[in-house]
Design a protein around this ligand. Structure first.
Ligand SMILES: Nc1nc2c(ncn2[C@@H]2O[C@H](COP(=O)(O)OP(=O)(O)OP(=O)(O)O)[C@@H](O)[C@H]2O)c(=O)[nH]1
Ligand SMILES: [Mg+2]
Length: 412
């Protein structure tokens, strides 16, 4: 039975037992796709490969704009690094971005940000810019300017439109704009100043015949403020479905809304990891009546910690940015710390989850025959599914509390 008094996951929660029709349809469809033309003997391997592929989807984001507009600083902030960090992009007041260079996300190397020289720099003339930067490689473009957008920015946007790719206009250094306005005006009003800056940028673009542009106001020093969360959501929505999660996971856990969306996205594919773990397991776990590949589950849970910014490095970064200590942030976390999440702990959790999980395992097996026949001996699916869901719920709650603690401290 599940012990209700133990604070560690899995926690009993009747919602965890509910498997929606949508979920079943998705799984059935994806499993069938993976199995097309396969004999059942090679099916397990095939599904495993397929599940791997989904997790290794690449995303390439091009960052372009005039020299000094803040491209490299934005790239560092997006990757959760400050400008002094070891693998950060060089930033500064002298011109630094002279050639195309990729910056993989430190924890999600399949997501790369590409620092592109501005259009019109000596080696990158507008007419052959896209060809020179090998435009085909990118999923979309972010065009950054710290003032109004110039003719070259608009020229580039129009070229990108022609090749049917997406671009986003980012007006950077908005914190500096706000500070300057504050100093200049006695009756400073932040919302009004933001709106005016936005309209000014939009009008500049419209004057150059670019219809209905959207402009995102951003400070790379304070990504959680202003329009960054909106930009992230917009980019995510406009990506093909299989790439949405690839973008969302590496985004720093900056707002409660991002936290919630990460939770939902991860919940929607818990079944993949549960299935993968069951398929990969060859040896039953002593004392349990099912097999699960514990390494896969451990990796998956580590992934959750990183996605929610609950690893030491992310907590440290957050503490540095906000007016709060790492210790204070950790004090609101109920789950074990990441360093404690090892093989033994996962086994303990599995044993505990077996109470809740096995109840639904049979249901799964009977609802989706492929899983039923393939993972039949190893009834790990229900248990691992239950355990992952449960720990995901707890971790997102911890992340929410950490974020609220940080925001509260920063506002005091
Ligand atoms: N206040 C403020 N300053 C910023 C922001 N983003 C960048 N800067 C500063 O602007 C200067 C130029 O930033 P970079 O990121 O080096 O600009 P870049 O576009 O990479 O420049 P090049 O490599 O020369 O093309 C640096 O001094 C940054 O610290 C921001 O959001 N707010
Ligand atoms: Mg640069």
């Amino acid at each position: 039975m599940v012990d209700n008094t133990d604070p560690f996951w899995p926690q009993p929660d009747s919602e965890l037992d509910i498997i929606t029709e949508d979920e079943i349809t998705t799984i059935r469809r994806e499993v069938e796709e993976a199995l097309e033309n396969e004999s059942l003997t090679s099916a397990a391997g095939k599904i495993q490969d397929y599940l791997e592929d989904v997790q290794n989807v690449e995303l390439n984001i091009a960052i372009t704009g005039e020299s000094g507009s803040g491209k490299s600083t934005f790239i560092n902030a997006f990757r959760g690094l400050d400008d002094e960090a070891k693998d950060s992009a060089a930033t500064g007041v002298v011109e630094t971005t002279m050639e195309v260079k990729d910056y993989p996300h430190p924890k999600h190397p399949n997501v790369k940000l590409w620092d592109l020289p501005g259009v019109g720099t000596p080696n990158f003339k507008p007419e052959d810019y896209l060809k020179k930067v090998e435009f085909d490689r990118y999923d979309f473009f972010i065009i950054i300017s710290s003032e109004r957008f110039r003719a070259n920015d608009v020229l580039l946007a129009k070229e990108i439109q022609k090749i049917k790719k997406k671009f986003y206009f980012v007006r950077s250094k908005i914190d500096a704009t706000m500070d300057a306005e504050k100093r200049r005006k006695k009756n400073f009003n932040q919302d009004e100043t933001l709106e005016r800056t936005r309209l000014n940028c939009i009008k500049g673009l419209e004057d150059q015949d670019l219809g209905c542009p959207k402009v995102f106001l951003i400070s790379s020093f304070e990504l959680h403020l202003y329009d960054f969360p909106d930009l992230e959501e917009t980019m995510e929505k406009e990506l093909p479905a299989h790439k949405r999660q690839t973008l969302l996971m590496p985004i720093p856990n900056l707002t409660l809304e991002i936290n919630q969306r990460k939770k939902e996205a991860l919940l929607s594919c818990v079944w993949r990891s549960a299935l993968k773990s069951g398929l990969a397991a060859t040896v039953p776990i002593p004392g349990l009546s099912f097999a699960a590949d514990v390494k896969i589950l451990t990796d998956e849970i580590h992934k959750y910690y990183h996605a929610f910014g609950l690893d030491d490095e992310s907590l440290q970064n957050l503490a540095e940015r906000m007016d709060v200590t790492e210790k204070e942030l950790k004090s609101v976390i109920k789950s074990p710390l990441l360093s404690e999440v090892k093989h033994d702990l996962i086994l303990k959790m599995l044993t505990k989850a077996a109470g809740g999980g096995l109840m639904i395992a049979e249901y799964w097996a009977s609802t989706i025959p492929v899983i039923g026949s393939m993972a039949a001996g190893a009834l790990s699916f229900g248990t691992t599914h239950y355990m992952l869901k449960s720990c995901l719920n707890e971790l997102s709650e911890d992340a929410k509390n950490v974020l609220m603690k940080a925001l509260k401290a920063d506002n005091e």
